[in-house]
Design a protein around this ligand. Sequence first.
Ligand code: ASP
Ligand code: MG
Length: 409
Amino acid sequence: MALIVQKYGGTSVANPERIRNVANRVARYKALGHQVVVVVSAMSGETNRLIGLAKEIMPDPDPRELDVMVSTGEQVTIGMTALALLELGIKAKSYTGSQVKILTDDAFTKARILDIDQHNLKKDLDAGYVCVVAGFQGVDANGNITTLGRGGSDTTGVALAAALGADECQIYTDVDGVYTTDPRVVPEARRLDKITFEEMLELASQGSKVLQIRSVEFAGKYKVKLRVLSSFEEEGDGTLITFEENEGSMENPIISGIAFNRDEAKITVAGVPDKPGIAYQILGPVADANIDVDMIIQNVGADGTTDFTFTVHKNEMNKALSILREKVQGHIQAREIHGDDKIAKVSVVGVGMRSHVGIASQMFRTLAEEGINIQMISTSEIKIAVVIEEKYMELAVRVLHKAFDLENA
Ligand code: ASP
Ligand code: MG
């Protein structure tokens, strides 16, 4: 007997028929003698619909009230899923985040989980119930409803698995696993049987949308065994996210996947004095405004000045530009400040990079052969990311997928 947490995404609970399918799968696991906790998202499209409604009333909605509204999507699907299980004659009980007591901080719309009370769930599981828990939501110390950020049900699933000491956390979605890249861009993309946790973390942070990045961080911290599977197929083992690397690196593919992301914009502060403290004077006010910065480049100085370039989320480019123009430009005597949101970031990821040289040059040659200009580069031990013009993004992903032979195992 094992304890399994199964998380179902929005497309897997999009209508009563699909919710019945979920119940049938849960029933099969119960029949094998397992204990099952089910975490569900809202029906697909529902969270967007609720956010839209809020914005019709207040264009930039108050975050506390927004969370009160958007958390209702998951409250509907836990009830429906519990009903579907009851219809099959299976003991089931639904739980909102606050009924479990998924305690979070009070950062509405992007709250972090602080603690999970496993007492009620454990008692029900031992009494033979399937516990159906609302994803994406929690409660703060003052009893306010909070949500965990878009895609947050993944994090609920992994956090519950960690808190309950589950044997496996299964993430059911509309794809049958983690692919070498998005099959909509590269039809030859291949499903990976397994991928290391570190690679998954890089892919998620570089733009792969399969798992919310926080859920991967959580899985890493608590060593939760995670598996991504399709809810539309009965068979198949999906992709296992492992903590083991095969030491004999022959077995490791050098590159496991290619991620891409159109969500960033580039800001250049040109002609700044090349002297100590400049990076801090530029990025300090940006950080104070709670704007996340991703890649950063500072050129070597020529004739006493230099250019400083960094990327932020597209939605925050204008805010960052006005902060820089109002608070920083005059102060540091920068010649010019400009933004560019027609960029994309493409990243190749693989633990095999550690033991192979020449991956970066192969990547750059491949892009050069297509005439694609590289604007920024950043690397980690297992990742090389480049910023290029947005219109070349799909081409870049396709040629890199081929150059690294990702279509063949
Ligand atoms: N329903 C929420 C969203 O759409 C959470 C989730 O699906 O994971 O972002
Ligand atoms: Mg999701």
